[in-house]
Design a protein around this ligand. Structure first.
Ligand code: HEM
Length: 597
């Protein structure tokens, strides 16, 4: 019965969408025949007079009693003008001097058309990508590149025109060209805000994005974000000390059972590292941290953060293509899980911000939040976005990766350290030599630990956390790799393609930290042309914080423990890693052993 009901609902929605599609036309568009998927109204013209289409158009004019007919030929909106006076007007008006980019014109020059899979109604080419590799869409895109023998692939994801760029050189060009600094308005981005409005940093563009990003970065810096800052480093060390104690002595509070098994030494990844990374970040933003007994809500925040990361995908999932799918398959479409995590994360930050707004006092600066509130009270132009709602999402965006991405990347590195124990041993020798066992590693040690640094860089390359990057969008009509890219095209600069491009890396498939060392064993930044954090004006705002955390946590762990296998454990299987918005390992328990110095 339920199946029948679902089928009936789907058929009804399908027919309704078809009907809407058939009669949809721009406001004020001239009258004309309806539109059917793929062909538009072209089939009707053929039916009327397949031999002389200009006569078919005259027939339509008579039919609709109008000298101007509006119709669709495939996807193209067309106005056919059948009055002598109006024809004269058009020919003498430069506004109408453009030419459409039709395939017939493109095919005259075989080298110049962006190739890609065909487009189906509603889904575009997204179904083909899912068919090729539903698990890793960035790999599906590479397969298409091989198929079409082109480093750039043009396709449709639902209604959105998309250009996927799979050449290292072109990816770099895109990231460094502000013409591609737009962001598409995906439903996935909208649904993060209860007001169903795109706010925050990640998915904003234009003046609001620039102002907000600049302001937040400028003032967070004062509190130690994105630079070396001794006070912050001491705080991070305290967090790491708590973390090591939790490993050695096991859980003391209910919520810690989610992180470590009783008796200690067995921790759950990728969850484990994130609460400590989050606490270090919150020290910068709020000037306060949650002590271990009170971390329950923070652990929940991390869980919901990971839930969001895992339930999205590179193109915003089917939900961004046909948002109404949520009414039919709220669970399978990922809607319920995404909504649940969005609500929790939003509420967490809204409560925090409201507490500070409600207790704000002029001239008393408690932390970064007060600086933002002071800016809100200046009454700046609305387009700069200094208001409560934007404040909440801006802060979510500046914190979200700190309580998800950082711990995930460290966990991806743990997988490699388990698969390549010789690499782990070499890092431990470096730690023993430079730091010893009497104190925790510091950022000052980093320059003397080239192999450790090279390993972190190699892991960021080979296990690209954001393989398709966060999607960009062309802000104007541009040319890319000799192809015309119209304004508003979604651009996917594949960081995965850059990191596995054989023209750049001779053996990209190998995990080989030495590739970043020179002949003297020193770290060579010239050799590291990877871009795990992007580049240009959209470059990751938290790169320095992330790199620092990865170094400090990884070295502290290897200084104290070996990663081992408990009975029944098996080595990490990288093919089981999940591709959501970022790559995440499936939850796994890892066994630690006290190191014998
Ligand atoms: C290993 C950890 C991380 C990786 C690999 C990473 C990577 C990235 C990438 C690839 C982008 C998109 C760049 C583009 O649009 O071309 C990005 C954007 C961003 N990241 Fe990160 N990130 C990490 C951690 C962090 C942290 C810890 C923070 C903040 C605490 C952060 C804040 C941001 C923000 C705010 C943006 C949006 C920038 C914008 O659109 O203007 N990220 N990140």
């Amino acid at each position: 019965m339920l199946t029948l009901l679902l089928l009936a609902t789907c058929s009804f929605i399908f027919l309704y969408e078809l009907y809407k599609y058939a009669i949809s036309r721009p406001v004020g568009f001239p009258p004309g025949p309806p539109r059917i998927p793929i062909f538009g109204s072209y089939l009707f013209m053929l039916l009327i007079n397949y031999k002389y289409l200009h006569k078919a158009a005259i027939t339509l004019s008579k039919w609709y009693k109008s000298d101007i007919i509006g119709l669709y030929v495939g996807n193209f909106a067309v106005a056919v003008v059948n009055s002598g006076e109006a024809v004269r007007q058009i020919l003498n008006n430069q506004v109408y001097d453009g030419r459409p980019s039709i395939y017939l014109a493109e095919m005259r020059d075989p080298g110049k058309c962006v190739r890609g899979p065909p487009r189906l109604p509603i889904f575009g080419s997204y179904l083909f990508m899912l068919l090729i590799n539903y698990k890793y869409l960035h790999k599906a895109a590479i397969a298409l590149s091989k198929w079409y023998k082109s480093d750039i692939i043009g396709l449709y994801v639902g209604p959105f025109a998309v250009a996927v760029v799979n050449s290292g050189e072109a990816v770099r060009q895109i990231l460094n060209n502000q013409d591609y600094d737009g962001r598409p308005s995906l439903y996935l981005a909208e649904m993060r805000d209860p007001g169903k409005c795109i706010r925050g940093i990640f998915f904003q563009e234009g003046v609001l994005w620039k102002e907000q990003r600049r302001f937040i970065l400028r003032y967070l810096r004062d509190f130690g974000f994105g630079r070396r800052f001794e006070q912050l480093e001491l705080i991070i060390q305290e967090e790491i000390t708590d973390m090591l104690d939790l490993i050695r002595n096991g859980p003391r509070y209910e919520h810690e059972h989610l992180l470590v098994k009783p008796g200690g030494y067995r921790v759950q990844l990728p969850l484990f590292f994130n609460p400590f990374s989050a606490n270090s970040h919150f020290q910068i933003v709020y000037n306060e941290r949650l002590p271990r007994p009170e971390m329950a809500k923070l652990v929940k925040l991390v869980q919901f953060g990971l839930q969001f990361q895992r339930n999205a995908d590179d193109y915003g999932r089917m939900l961004s293509i046909i948002p109404w799918i949520r009414f039919i398959w709220p669970e399978t479409s990922g809607y319920n899980k995404l909504k649940e995590s969005n609500l929790f994360v939003h509420k967490y930050f809204a409560e925090f911000i409201d507490r500070y707004i409600n207790t704000y006092e002029d001239g008393c600066e408690r932390n970064f939040l007060d600086l933002y509130i002071a800016e809100m009270r200046k009454g700046l132009p609305e387009q700069y976005g200094f208001n409560r709602e934007q404040f909440i999402m801006g802060l979510v965006d500046f914190s979200f990766p700190a309580f998800t991405a950082v711990g995930v990347q460290i966990s991806l590195l743990v997988q490699y350290l388990m698969l390549y124990p010789d690499v782990a041993k070499r890092i431990q020798s470096e730690i023993d030599e430079v730091v010893g066992g009497g104190r925790l590693p510091t950022l000052e040690d980093r320059k003397n630990m080239p192999f450790t640094e090279a390993t972190i860089r190699e892991n960021l390359r080979i296990e690209t956390l954001v393989p398709s990057d966060v999607p960009h969008k062309s802000l104007v009509d541009t040319e890319l790799m000799g192809y015309h890219i119209p304004k508003d095209t979604i651009i996917i600069p594949s960081l995965y393609a850059l990191h596995t491009d054989k023209r750049i890396w001779s053996d990209p498939e190998n995990f080989r930290p030495e590739r970043f060392l020179d002949a003297d064993g020193k770290l060579s930044l010239k050799l590291d042309v990877s871009l795990p954090f992007g580049a240009g004006k959209r470059i990751c705002a938290g790169e320095t914080f992330a790199r620092n955390m990865i170094f400090l946590v990884t070295t502290a762990m290897l200084q104290n423990f070996d990663y081992t296998l408990a009975p029944g454990d098996s080595l990490p299987d990288l093919t089981k890693n999940n591709n959501g918005l970022i790559i995440t390992p499936a939850d796994f328990w890892v066994q630690l052993k006290e190191r014998q110095h």
